[in-house]
Design a protein around this ligand. Structure first.
Ligand code: GUN
Length: 278
């Protein structure tokens, strides 16, 4: 029988721990404030931003909301970031991605002051993760480490295979697993014989962005499978990068979609916000 890793429950535990911590900080006169910027009104982004603001309210973090029009110029956005960088009341700045096509995402990410980059996307924070020094870590991979630890899954010495090499998930995920003493292999779209590699994984993290890409032929018996994907299938039902029904019986533990990795991203954003004043 396999364990279903309950991201909803674990994220709630984390949010409750953070709520206590924030109350404690408040009693010392330390308030936390997160600026949340959305450009345009992509419906998925609006849902994510709404959930982030809700989590802030639950934990006791003030959120400042900037809902900018789709036509906002890159310079206008950079000016707002500069203003927020200089505002001592603001502890964290989050620019929801993706941005409209006329804006250079990389330029915007790098404009956020590293000490306010609670998404952990800035080069300075990515570099810190790489060399093992202090800094913000991207929320989704950070959440996956928490899911594993809080489910009693040992990482040290395990063969961890990550499918995907994005800056937000795949790359920081591989560095975090390495930091936890896993033996890490990264697969991507140009990897040959991907199954030959994934079938060796004790822990398989799938962030490939293709609905139900991974079936049982990719998975070793008894592996732990973490599904980062979120898509709508032809019946408008949410599904992940992993075909849960086919894969789950072959695993020792697996995350569902929804209710696995998704809720952890927001919990870890809250964690990063709290760290910003600690
Ligand atoms: N878009 C999808 N995931 C994320 C995230 O973790 N942070 C931000 N800012 N935008 C996203």
């Amino acid at each position: 029988m396999y364990q279903i890793i309950d991201g909803k429950k674990i994220s709630q535990e984390i949010k409750d721990e953070l709520r206590d911590k924030v109350a404690d900080l408040k009693s010392q006169g330390k308030d936390i404030c997160l600026a949340v910027i959305q450009v345009g009104n992509d419906p998925a982004s609006s849902v994510y931003v709404g959930n982030k603001k809700k989590a802030c309210a639950y934990i006791g973090i003030e959120s400042l909301s900037y809902e900018l029009a789709e036509e906002t110029t890159q310079q206008e956005l950079l000016d707002l970031i500069e203003k927020l960088n200089a505002d001592s009341k603001v502890n964290g700045i989050l620019v929801q991605l993706p941005l409209p096509k006329h804006i250079d995402e990389e330029k915007v990410i790098q404009a956020i002051a590293p000490e306010k980059d609670v998404d952990g996307f800035n080069e300075k924070n990515v570099g810190a993760l790489c060399v093992g020094s202090k800094g913000y870590v991207s929320c989704t991979p950070l959440g996956i480490i928490q899911l594993l630890k809080r489910s009693g899954i040992e990482i040290a010495g395990k063969h961890c295979v990550v499918i995907g090499r994005s800056n937000i998930v795949g790359k920081p995920m591989s560095l975090l697993l390495l930091r936890e003493n896993g033996t890490v292999t990264v697969c991507h779209s140009r990897t040959k014989d991907i199954r030959e590699i994934t079938k060796q994984a004790d822990i398989l993290v799938v962030a490939i962005g293709k609905p139900e890409f991974v079936d049982e032929s990719y998975v070793k018996d008894g592996a732990v499978v973490i599904d980062v994907g979120i898509h709508r299938d032809e019946n408008n039902k949410l599904c992940g990068d992993v075909d849960f029904e086919k894969v789950a019986p072959h695993t020792s533990a697996i995350t569902p979609v929804p209710g696995g990795v998704g809720p952890m991203t927001i919990a870890m954003l809250m964690y990063n916000c709290v760290s910003s004043v600690e």
